[in-house]
Write a protein that binds this ligand. Structure first.
Ligand SMILES: Cc1cc2nc3c(=O)[nH]c(=O)nc-3n(C[C@H](O)[C@H](O)[C@H](O)COP(=O)(O)OP(=O)(O)OC[C@H]3O[C@@H](n4cnc5c(N)ncnc54)[C@H](O)[C@@H]3O)c2cc1C
Length: 411
């Protein structure tokens, strides 16, 4: 590679969001460089990320535009039924695809590790995308016409638009001194994959327990035909370390208590990992020639499985704005484009951050008065089709003003 490389767009961070963003722009003919500090082999290691993602209906459209969906789909398990219960209260909210989603899946579950694998393979087939990993940034550089980075190996990369997709601790955001609002929930999510005796029948379950939600998400069967689900078990953060130290048989017994008997016997088949939970929102998503996206701009509670789905909507919007301006020969890093991006994305993100925060506060506690209120709420939503339809559309990522690729239109 040359000592100085200029592309149309430079993406810092090749995680799930950065890789998808690079592919969507690349497929539309935009010249993109995407860089990451970790080699792909680290990203594919099971110890790097033990999570699965619930990909919403809208996000699958973004992955289609990226060109990655067709290959990925075989490892994605469709969610056809969602059941939400408040502890052991009899009242529960039930969404069924035939009644609430016109027969379309509400979403799909896939392991993050596999999603990365498909995204790496996909990028290799896109000529206009250069993927550099691992690289180390030594400094950010900026002038009126471009933003970029100098690498430790002496190379310089720049573009009229730099996208910061470098995660929660975003070096791009920190370099720009963009402040954040953030707080911890005092909770951690323990995640692992399990096998179970009985078929999950594509049902996703969420039980609200006093320490936080316990979710069981349907996965594809393993290569031996064993039925699998992934678990997101929210606990108080001081409990997480103790739970991770349990002997495997004791851990399985704790899981079995939480599952009950509806899937038969359950056993963990991946190493349980804990993720501390918090909310983070950047004070602004933009600076001169820079757009922040995904977890560099916002982190939400996983209670509704919407973090990456929000990021997929960032990708859809930013791609549309870049490609439409490029077709007209306009500057794709202009203040106008950056303002349009921020205006389009901010409300959706704040609503989701507020909604997940409220859900968590309402459901993750033991107060009797709050318990009564939320059980009434669940009962009411379950009985009113218009309200249920609204929540189903939000879960599918179809609320708000949908960008072109989420409507299934070309860029
Ligand atoms: C328990 C749990 C369950 C979740 N479940 C869901 C779900 O079901 N559905 C959903 O939509 N979301 C879910 N999420 C959220 C989702 O996992 C995250 O939003 C997503 O993984 C973040 O991806 P990202 O690309 O924004 O950030 P990251 O994965 O953090 O990627 C950032 C990248 O930037 C790179 N980077 C950092 N610094 C530098 C640097 N200096 N130079 C170069 N590269 C750099 C990193 O190496 C990394 O590859 C869940 C989250 C949790 C905690």
């Amino acid at each position: 590679m040359k000592k100085e490389t200029r592309s149309d767009v430079l993406i810092i961070g090749g995680g799930l969001a950065g890789l998808t963003q690079a592919a969507v722009l690349g497929r539309a003919g935009v010249d993109v460089a995407v860089i990451d500090r970790e080699p792909p082999s680290t990203h594919l290691n099971a110890a790097y990320d033990g999570r699965t993602t619930a990909i919403s209906f809208a996000s699958h459209r973004v992955l289609q535009a990226a060109g990655a969906w067709d290959a990925m789909q075989k490892d994605c398990c469709p969610i056809l039924d969602i059941r939400v219960a408040d502890g052991n209260a009899p009242q529960f909210l039930h969404f069924a695809t035939d009644e609430d989603a016109n027969g379309e899946p509400f979403g799909w579950i896939i392991e993050n590790r596999l999603m990365r694998k498909y995204l790496f393979e996909n990028l290799r087939g896109i000529e206009s995308v250069t993927h550099l990993a691992p690289v180390e940034i030594s400094e950010f550089v900026q002038n009126d016409a471009s933003a970029g980075v100098k690498l430790k190996d002496g190379r310089t990369l720049s573009a009229p638009l730099l996208i910061g997709a470098d995660g929660r601790q975003s070096p791009t955001r920190k370099h720009l001194s963009i402040g954040v609002k953030e707080w911890s929930y005092g909770q951690a999510a323990i995640v692992c994959n399990v096998t179970h005796d009985l078929d999950h029948e594509n049902v996703a379950l969420e039980h609200f327990l006093p320490a936080g939600p316990f979710a069981v998400l349907p996965m594809t069967d393993d290569e031996n035909g064993n039925h699998r689900s992934s678990v997101v078990w929210t606990v108080e953060d001081k409990e997480a370390a103790k739970i991770l130290k349990l002997e495997p048989a004791t851990f399985d017994a704790r899981l079995q208590e939480l599952f009950g008997e509806h899937l038969g016997g359950v056993a963990a088949v991946s190493k349980p990992m804990a993720y501390p939970l918090g909310l983070m929102h950047a004070d602004t998503y933009t600076a001169a020639r820079v757009a922040l996206m995904a977890e560099a701009a916002h982190v939400v509670h996983p209670i509704a499985g919407q973090g990456l789905n929000l990021s997929m909507r960032d990708i859809a919007v930013l791609s549309e704005l870049v490609v439409s301006r490029m077709k007209l020969g306009l500057d794709i890093g202009s203040p106008r484009l950056l303002a349009d991006y921020e205006n389009w994305r901010r409300v959706d993100t704040l609503l989701m951050a507020g909604f997940t925060d409220l859900l968590n506060r309402l459901f993750s506690n033991n107060m009797q008065s709050v318990g009564l209120l939320r059980d009434m709420g669940i009962g009411i939503v379950d009985k009113i089709p218009a309200l249920k339809g609204f929540f189903a559309r939000q879960a599918m990522g179809l609320g708000g003003t949908a960008p072109k690729i989420i409507q299934g239109l070309p860029l």
